[in-house]
Design a binder for this molecule. Structure first.
Ligand code: FES
Length: 149
């Protein structure tokens, strides 16, 4: 069984590989953060120092970008987001949010307009967007997700 320190070393190695891959690109920080988030599901807090050193930035600069962009996060993100923008609320998203919270608890968060108002109500499950979601479709999506886990 691998020890936790081995896992940390491999995490660090992956972060180094990603940072070096992009370091010569103009504006390398965003692609680095996107790739790290795609790999881990979040930005490990320990990665900030390593990214800053790898891109010759300050830790404050790296943290500032992570904090500014809603899609970057330091912890594993929610499994589902329910749009609570006006168009989606008018099509019943409040009930979807309640239903999703009942099924996933803290794994759900509201968002405010994901730019797909014409297909309201919208939800995102594991980074995949779904439009015109009924309560039955929501249940099916979350059950499918649970079965795949
Ligand atoms: S209000 Fe939900 S996508 Fe715009």
């Amino acid at each position: 069984m691998p020890s936790n320190s081995n896992a940390l070393e491999s995490d660090s190695s992956l972060i180094k590989t990603i940072t070096e891959k992009h370091r010569h690109q103009p504006g390398a920080l965003l692609p680095v953060l996107h790739e790290i988030q795609a790999s881990f599901g979040f930005i490990p807090k320990d990665a900030v120092k390593q990214i800053a050193e790898g891109l010759n930035l300050s830790r404050a600069e790296v943290h500032g970008v992570i904090s500014f962009y809603h899609d970057f996060r330091y912890t594993a993100g929610p499994q589902a987001r329910v749009c609570m923008g006006e168009a989606c609320q008018s099509m019943g998203s409040a009930a979807l949010l309640d239903r999703a919270k009942a099924l996933l608890g803290d794994g759900v968060e509201p968002v405010y307009c994901i730019g797909n108002c014409a297909c309201a109500p919208n939800i995102e499950v594991d980074h995949v967007y779904h439009g015109r979601v009924s309560p039955e479709v929501l249940d099916a999506l979350l059950k499918k997700r649970e079965a795949a886990a």
